[in-house]
Design a protein around this ligand. Structure first.
Ligand SMILES: [Zn+2]
Length: 434
């Protein structure tokens, strides 16, 4: 007989909630049906047709403010031709549940669901309301999911703490146990669209004002310049936990420590690892460039999209000014399409200590560390409202398996799903009983 977690995840994977278009309503109905049968009260929300989210609640004594178990329903697209199995088949084979979303993040959604239901089924008396929240649109920036919910129904999402994705356990990085990351911070996405106009003309008579050529020259200036390296406190702690910069003396000043860590990153070659490099600098990635329609026509316009990610403590306006200065072409218009500064929850909290304790108990020998998420998650919307949010998926995967997230042949082991369910349940029990 299959374990309930396996059964549920397999069914959950079979709802194709690829965004766009999302169709999260399919999975919301699945959850609603489960909550009906368990006698749990819930509410659904719909930002646009089909773009649904669901909130279920177990009432507590109200001695403390609510906790939200947050997970997103939508998944990123899967190119079926590259996969070795049906990404939406929900197949269980050789100890794995296969499919898009198993790691990001339907697997964790099921862990949270079963932890939530365990409190209900066990008749636990809770020190606070416990909220299960499955949302739309996270992979498309969350505007039709968490952002919509917090803007339109703030009273439903008053909370003391949000448990989300963003950190995970990885084996083979530190000696001994796994590295268990608790994401307490994330970088800020700042997306810029650059537009350059110029006279068009015949390709046989270059006039020197070609918009595309000018854009390429400006971009070359931008990408020829190295970003300075900066070690923020959370990243310093994370890298020290990884054993990088361990020769830096304890009494070193912050500047000396940062210098020591950067030196160690360069010496060890870690600075060449994109995930590590992204933790110590603002990054700029040119991800789209449009101009021209015909080989013999000088284009009248060129457009380039930059995906910039800001470290904590950096301001958007400073970055925009930096980009303008380095492009050094006044004819390039800079339009900000998205702008969030980095966000962070303090680490020195009772919640962090409880999570740390639970992880150490369930993963002996683990190194538990705060970490900086270099991407984004829905945590940013809660942190903007002053609500504490940490990202931790309590499972252990290898570095290769990390590549399955948003990748080809995504899967989670049955062992990880069951372990993650057990740890989440234990964690929720403690958070709701002290
Ligand atoms: Zn995710």
């Amino acid at each position: 007989m299959k374990h309930e977690a396996v059964e549920l995840l397999s069914r959950y994977i079979q709802f194709d909630t690829t965004v766009p278009p999302g169709n999260e309503r399919l999975a919301v109905d699945f959850f609603a049906d489960l909550f009906d049968r368990e006698g749990v009260s819930f509410k659904t929300y719909e930002a646009d047709a089909g773009r649904a989210s669901i909130r279920a609640v177990l009432p507590g004594s109200g001695r403390k403010d609510p906790i939200i178990l947050l997970n997103h329903i939508d998944v990123v697209p899967a190119d079926r031709s590259a996969w070795h199995f049906d990404p939406f088949g929900g197949e269980v084979r050789d100890g794995y549940i296969l499919g898009r979303g198993t790691l990001d993040m339907k697997g964790q959604g099921i862990m949270e669901l079963l932890a939530f239901l365990a409190m209900k089924r066990g008749g636990m008396s809770l020190n606070r309301d416990l909220i299960f929240l499955a949302t739309a649109d996270e992979e498309a920036l969350g505007f039709k999911g968490v952002k919509y919910l917090l803007d339109n129904y703030p009273e439903d999402f008053r909370a003391d703490f949000v448990l989300n994705e963003g950190g995970i356990g990885v084996s083979g990085i530190v000696p001994g146990g796994p590295l268990m990351m608790i994401a307490t911070a994330e970088k800020g996405p700042c997306w810029l669209r650059l537009t350059r106009s110029g006279p068009s003309g015949h390709g046989s008579m270059p006039h020197g004002e070609n918009a595309l050529e000018r854009m390429v020259q400006a971009l070359h200036r931008l990408f020829s310049k190295e970003m300075p390296l900066t070690v923020t406190p959370i990243v310093a702690e994370y890298l020290m936990n990884l054993g990088i910069g361990h020769r830096v003396p304890k009494e070193a000043s912050a500047d000396e420590r940062n210098e020591g860590i950067i030196g160690a990153l360069k010496e060890s070659g870690y600075i060449a690892v994109p995930q590590v490099a992204a933790m110590v600098k603002n990054t700029i990635s040119l991800n789209s460039l449009h101009a021209g329609v015909k080989t013999n026509v000088i284009p009248g316009q060129a457009e380039a999209d930059l995906d910039i990610r800001l470290l904590p403590g950096q301001r958007i306006e400073d970055m925009v000014q930096y980009v303008r200065d380095v492009l050094a072409d006044d004819a390039i218009a800079v339009h900000q399409m998205l702008g969030n500064e980095a966000n962070e929850s303090p680490k020195d909290t009772e919640y962090y200590r409880i999570i740390d304790t639970v992880l150490l108990e369930h993963f002996p020998g683990a190194v538990v560390s705060p970490s900086l998420l270099v991407g984004t998650s829905d945590s940013r919307f809660f942190r903007e409202k002053g609500i504490l949010s940490y990202g931790i998926t309590p499972i252990v995967i290898s570095l290769q398996e990390v590549g399955l997230i948003h990748g080809v042949d995504e899967r989670i082991s049955v062992d990880n799903l069951l372990k993650g369910t057990e740890v989440t349940t234990d964690l929720v029990r403690r958070l709701c009983s002290y």
